[in-house]
Design a protein around this ligand. Structure first.
Ligand code: FES
Length: 107
């Protein structure tokens, strides 16, 4: 069963920017792409390193890991370019008024 966790309000996520948000025990990358908010895990599966830091690249719906250049689709976490061969976890995000909720599956 999914757990809904409030991660902020709409104005916290400016269009075209990417942010790292701590959600319980993990860090999630959150981006507003053309008015829609998406969230994927910050953990790059290539070398198990956090992706968010100065230099993380956001281009359209793609994010590039600053360590070795793997690219992931922010909409679904799919790996688009290696060296990673694995996808990252992605999370459903919904709005309730101005509040932004991340749906996290209970472990
Ligand atoms: S740790 Fe992300 S590409 Fe290597």
């Amino acid at each position: 069963m999914a757990e809904l966790i409030k991660i902020g309000i709409v104005s916290d996520f400016e269009g075209g920017t990417i942010q790292a948000v701590d959600v319980l025990d993990e860090r999630v990358l959150v981006a507003n792409i053309n008015g829609e908010i998406f969230a994927i895990s910050d953990n790059c599966p290539h070398a198990d390193l956090p992706m968010f830091e100065d230099g993380i690249l956001l281009e359209g719906c793609e994010v590039e890991c600053p360590w070795h250049g793997s690219r992931f689709n922010l909409q679904d976490g799919k790996c688009l370019q290696g060296p990673s061969t694995e996808d990252v976890d992605s999370y459903h995000v919904t709005l309730d008024g101005n509040d932004v909720y991340l749906h996290r599956e209970e472990l």
